[in-house]
Design a protein around this ligand. Structure first.
Ligand SMILES: [Zn+2]
Length: 223
């Protein structure tokens, strides 16, 4: 099952574009060392590893696309809640201030820290929204047996940008600030804080539920 095809000489009649395309769709490259293998046929629970470096090539999930879609829709709901409701209510020396995620971005921008403002905007709003919409854009049509324009490109970008989704760092920053300000002010967590914590958990669950191998097979088959 795992014999490499990389060194095999193509048959003499492999010159036509269609045949080459068909061959490319039945091959799988190792994500770590680029060694090429014939597409393995696995059952849920089985795992295919690269014969050269040991990286996991395919690991079919026991659930269907609907499971990931449900997690992504829950993430979308939590995203809307975390951007609609207040994040924190701060009471200090008789003054009360209500802060939302966008309040922080505006405040940083107004104080001249536009780079940090952009980073907060990217990590808390743009990156999570791009991820959730991308999962739904790719998976919802596949679930109905269709494929939307550019779905393969979007899914490739999702995989490239995955290590850069760092909403947890922002959450950690809020918790540290809450502990440090605890002695000086009264802090009341808002609905958005709980929603954002839920969003981090559900986005991680969505990521873990994605069956990359099955998605690529369906995207390249034209669904
Ligand atoms: Zn490898």
């Amino acid at each position: 099952m795992m014999s490499p095809l990389a060194n095999k000489t193509p048959p003499p009649d492999a010159g036509s574009g269609t045949l080459l395309q068909e061959q490319a769709h039945s091959l799988l490259a190792c994500p770590d060392c680029d060694l090429v293998f014939p597409l393995p046929c696995l059952s849920p629970g089985e795992k295919a590893r690269c014969g050269r470096c040991g990286a996991v090539l395919m690991e079919p999930k026991s659930h269907g696309f609907d499971y990931s879609i449900a997690l992504a829709l829950t993430s979308l709901l939590l995203f809307v809640l975390s951007n609609t409701f207040p994040l924190l209510k701060l009471q200090i020396a008789g003054r009360e201030q209500i802060g939302a995620i966008m309040t922080g971005v505006h405040a940083l921008y107004d104080q001249g820290f536009w780079e940090i403002a952009f980073l907060v905007l990217l990590v808390t709003i743009i990156a999570p929204l791009f991820r959730i919409i991308s999962v739904l854009y790719v998976l919802l049509p596949l679930w109905f047996g269709r494929r939307l324009l550019g779905a393969a490109h979007i899914f490739r970008w999702m995989e490239i940008l995955r290590p850069w989704a760092m909403s947890e760092v922002f959450m950690l920053g809020i918790l540290v600030a809450m502990v440090k300000l605890g002695d000086l002010a009264t802090i009341q967590p808002g609905v958005a804080l709980y929603s954002f914590a839920g969003l981090i958990l559900f986005m991680a669950a969505t990521d873990a539920s994605l069956d990359d191998g099955a998605i690529w097979v369906r995207l390249e088959d034209g669904a």
